[in-house]
Design a protein around this ligand. Structure first.
Ligand code: BG6
Length: 408
């Protein structure tokens, strides 16, 4: 990174953003000799490489804690802004479609895609599971989701009819990058969904959708996840419009829901009392279970990871209907079960699973949509998120699951 009378070497831009905004981004196999007043970049053979200066346009403030105790809580609270910025310029003014200038796909371009493979790690992998529901239900293309550290070693069935999507906040996770290279070798079309401009994954993929979450410093991913879901939802609607698999009024409803989302996320973050009550009451539990069906199950996986990663509490997420096949034995008196119930098409089924855990004297915390009069009758505590489109519910429902670790 290029300063005035000083130069820096850093693994990521935020590390040095307060000293300079001018950088060289090294590609694989490149080396540099850095002194206080010169930077020489060369390849493995020592042949000089001419590099273009990459100017960083992020707000320097954005990489600071801005009054919050630490980065994770700051980033949780930045979600309304991150959501707004990720949709900016990508929603048609009349709500009739998604604009992806970075893709510019036509019907012919996508006609040859027979399947989609999503590959990622950690939270980004959980975003990929939500993406599977979005892409299959809206664009009607078969989707498989893989953790990146498995993908390379299982002789994946990927070819030139596959669109391989790689999700990564940092764009630098080694397993994801290696999986991307493998998919390219097998002939797949590759698309990165990443937050960091000029990152290795962004440079390696054929095309990129940038999430506009701003720098995410905390290791535990929060605003990157919500914006990854938005990127994947917009991609699904975009593909659905090209493939004619989604009626216009559904496209409109989703886009209008996306427009309302920043204010709704803000509303959740403004009133965290119910989340705080539950966090303080059950924060000392040894085990916590998360259950949900359909998209709620995908969110349960992420809620469970956040609790483990931040609070060191043992947590498990189950597809609510799967719990009875063995694990129900672990649901004993007083064990907290967080039951997500935002999805109307599986609502009654979820309620019956809630009854199963209540019968074993679990303490059930239900997460539902505002206006749901029934849920309170079945659970011990409720946390409501603003009512929205079913595909947008995961983006709101995850917020109360990111917060408990912070509020204990
Ligand atoms: C892990 C983090 O180490 O990396 C997760 O704890 C994150 O929060 C994962 O989701 C993957 O990182 P990335 O940058 O590829 O999205």
């Amino acid at each position: 990174m290029l300063g005035e009378g000083e130069n820096f070497v850093a693994s990521d831009i935020p590390a040095i953003i307060n000293r300079t905004r001018r950088t060289y981004i090294l590609s694989d196999g490149e080396m540099a000799i850095v002194t206080s007043d010169s930077v020489w970049v060369m390849n493995r053979q020592g042949v000089p490489v001419s590099k273009k200066v990459f100017e960083v346009h992020w707000d320097a403030e954005a990489a600071e804690k801005g009054g919050y105790e630490h980065f994770m809580i700051k980033e949780i609270y930045e979600q309304p802004k991150a959501i707004r910025e990720t949709t900016t310029g990508r929603l048609a003014k009349d709500d009739t479609g998604i604009l992806f200038d970075e893709l510019k796909w036509t019907k012919d371009d996508i006609a040859g895609i027979h399947k989609i493979t999503i590959v990622a790690c950690g939270t980004a992998y959980h975003a990929g599971i939500v993406g599977k529901y979005y892409l299959e239900q809206l664009a009607r293309i078969p989707v498989e989701v893989d953790v990146a550290s498995e993908f390379r070693y299982r002789s994946p069935l990927v070819d030139d009819k596959t669109l391989a999507i790689f999700i990564s906040q940092s764009g630098e996770t080694l397993d994801t990058l290696a999986a991307l290279k493998e998919a390219k070798k097998l002939g797949a079309r590759t698309l990165a969904v990443t937050n960091v401009v000029g990152s290795s994954i962004a440079r390696e993929a054929d095309q990129v959708i940038y999430t506009q979450a701003g720098p995410e410093i905390a290791v535990a991913s929060t605003k990157a996840y919500t914006t990854q879901l938005i990127g994947l939802l917009m991609l699904s609607v975009y593909l659905a419009s090209l493939r004619g698999t989604l009626p216009e009024e559904r496209v409109k409803a989703i886009i209008q829901g996306l427009r309302a989302l920043p204010a709704q996320a803000h509303e959740i973050l403004e009133d965290v009392e119910s989340i705080k009550t539950f966090a303080q009451k059950y924060g000392f539990s040894e085990d916590v279970f998360f259950i949900g069906r359909s998209l709620d199950y995908a969110v349960a996986l992420e809620g469970s990871l956040k609790l483990k990663e931040i609070s060191y509490i043992h947590a498990e997420a189950y597809a609510a209907g799967e719990l009875k096949h063995g694990t129900l034995a672990l649901i004993i008196e007083g064990v907290p079960v967080i039951a997500l119930a935002t999805q109307r098409d599986v609502y009654e089924k979820t309620l019956s699973n809630i009854k199963e855990v209540k019968a074993r004297d679990a303490v059930v915390i239900g997460i539902g949509m505002q206006g749901d009069k029934q849920l309170e009758k079945y659970v011990d505590h409720t946390i409501f998120v603003p009512a929205t489109e079913k595909y947008l519910a995961p983006i709101l429902a995850v917020i109360p699951l990111q917060l408990p670790a912070e509020l204990m």
